[in-house]
Ligand binder design. Sequence first.
Ligand code: F6P
Length: 320
Amino acid sequence: MIRKIAILTSGGDAPGMNAALRVCIRAGLYYGKEMYVIYDGFRGLVEGDIHQVNKDFTQDIINRGGTIIRSARLPEFKEPEVLKKAVDILTDFEIDALIGIGGDGTFRGLNDLAKMGFTCVGIPATIDNDVGSTDETIGFSTALNTICECIDKLKDTSSSHQRCSLVEVMGRHCGDLAMYAALAEGAEGVICVEHPLHEDKLFKKLRKMKAQNKNHAIIIVSENLLDINELAKKVEEETGFTARTEVLGRLQRGGSPTAHDRILAARLGSAAVDLLLNNEGNSKIVGMKNNAVVNYPIEEAVAMKHQPTHGLRDLIDMLQ
Ligand code: F6P
């Protein structure tokens, strides 16, 4: 029987991780379980930084950005001796199950622990929205709103100077933040894996806008694809627009989670605890598909590829 449950957050922090942590702790306590938190993700696990918590720990965290139990990236968390140490420590603390809140990297770590016989459940939380086993990840909605707030402000100054602004957003290798932001902002261009750069088309459009004396142009570029400063130079040479670049960076990961992310955290967090209690011994990842909470065996979930939102690309092209 599962008596003691530990929770960690891992990978890039995402708004709503605290809300998910809160739900897991409260749901576990509600069912009479002992609840533990692990600081600093898998690194803290290997170091035994594990602490029992009660309901007070969850006070006033639902609206807080970041993760109060901190996060870390530990690339070594795949080496057999590191994994063995993690399992030994969980056994020493008599922890029966582990909940990991994070993205793909976190789920790979949980999968490795599950293969060693330890029961784990994963909750998808990353601003990138790049997890295959869910339609949406905790943190995506907040990061998208942050990007939109920044671009709204940028439009003011961009218009005042009749400039073309190139805005680099995060997403690692997933274009969801870029495409959703392009749609929400009515951007003139978006460049990401799912919507690659066609220079001729883009420059032609910008030349036309310049000739029509348009006030500004916004081009959203996904990270890890190209050098936006080089692209800005080309925009100046080819279109007559003065260009400026903005890399939004980790600003996108901060801030209080949107109501949407808090509710998503509540639905996924409670489902994770339910699974542990009703599905003993089976390691799973929870997610949302078509607005219903679903779960998949971890091994299956980590192999799933994120699919771009149906029709989004065509919609963006139609509206540009
Ligand atoms: O996975 C979240 C994310 O913010 C990605 O969008 C980005 O590529 C990466 O983390 C940056 O990670 P770090 O803050 O560790 O450099």
